[in-house]
Design a protein around this ligand. Structure first.
Ligand SMILES: O=C[C@H](O)COP(=O)(O)O
Length: 276
């Protein structure tokens, strides 16, 4: 299930673990939107820790990618996905929660020069007419640029409007995922929407799907169950941030995630082995 070919296919292959064909990707781009974030106060240090644990890929902002290029030399380095947009209006909780639109902050051409393996943009869905038109224009132009440069495009459908509770409406996320693929997304990054729905999305839309983590949960076992169910539903992997680096035992959590994603272990077995 991968319609990419040529340079896109080569780049996309770097995101996947060569043995399992799946992927553990760590998202470290939160500082771009939120500034200082608990657990990610020093993004370079956290990135180094993640790399030393053998993650398959990382999601970075342009500035941190530039600062850390030296960490990605050599054949054993993880892949990089570059976040190239900024959601305007969502930065300070309680003040600017309505996402009016988003802006590109980095070109696809420049991403090629940085030798990253994919670029990622948000797809804010459910906006008022002019904001939605602007978002669709930005995504469509990015699709075209990614075709021009053979760069895989990851699109993340989100429901970030005035009422943040809408963020978890599975029907709307499923529709937005469909629309993202119709516009030209090569890869989707979406919330876990339950096994049945996720499996349906993956099999109907024919693009690789990665599941995001969301805010840190106190229930690690539930998170691990979600990861197992995502993989069993056909997801290529996960792109997790806070549920990894906001935990004191980040290294142990990464080892456990690798067992579930790459070795197909059940979360109950892993939990017993690691006493989590
Ligand atoms: O880019 C950030 C993604 O949403 C993944 O991070 P998260 O697991 O903290 O939600």
């Amino acid at each position: 299930m991968n319609q990419m070919y040529g340079g896109k296919a080569v780049r996309f292959s770097k995101l996947l673990n060569p043995k399992s064909g799946r992927s553990l990707i760590i998202a470290l781009d939160h500082g771009l939107i939120f500034g200082n974030v608990e657990g990610l106060e020093d993004p370079v240090k956290t990135l180094e820790r993640a790399i030393s644990c053998g993650v398959d890929g990382v999601l970075l902002s342009p500035g941190i990618a530039k600062l850390t290029e030296h960490l990605f030399e050599g054949k054993n380095a993880p892949a990089r996905i570059l976040t190239i947009d900024f959601p305007v209006g969502s930065t300070i909780p309680g003040r600017f929660e309505k996402v009016f639109t988003h802006r590109l902050i980095h070109s696809v051409e420049q991403a090629v020069k940085m030798a990253v393996d994919a670029v990622k943009i948000l797809f804010p869905w459910g906006l008022e007419k002019s904001a939605q038109a602007e978002v669709v224009r930005v995504i469509a132009e990015t699709v075209e640029e990614c075709e021009r440069w053979d760069m895989p495009l990851v699109v993340e459908p989100v429901l970030w409007e005035e009422n943040s509770s809408e963020r978890n409406e599975p029907d709307l996320i499923e529709s937005a995922a469909r629309i993202a693929v119709e516009i030209g997304a090569d890869i989707l990054k979406i919330q876990f929407l339950g096994e049945d729905r996720l499996s349906r999305i993956i099999h109907r839309l024919h693009v690789p799907v990665f599941v995001l983590g969301g805010p840190k949960s106190d229930d690690l076992k539930q998170i691990l169950k979600t990861v197992q169910e995502s993989i069993e539903s056909g997801a290529k992997g996960i792109m997790f941030g806070r549920n990894v680096w906001q935990r004191e035992n980040m290294e142990e959590v990464l080892t456990v995630l690798k067992s579930i994603i790459h070795d197909g272990l059940k979360y109950e077995e892993v939990v017993q082995s690691y006493d989590l």
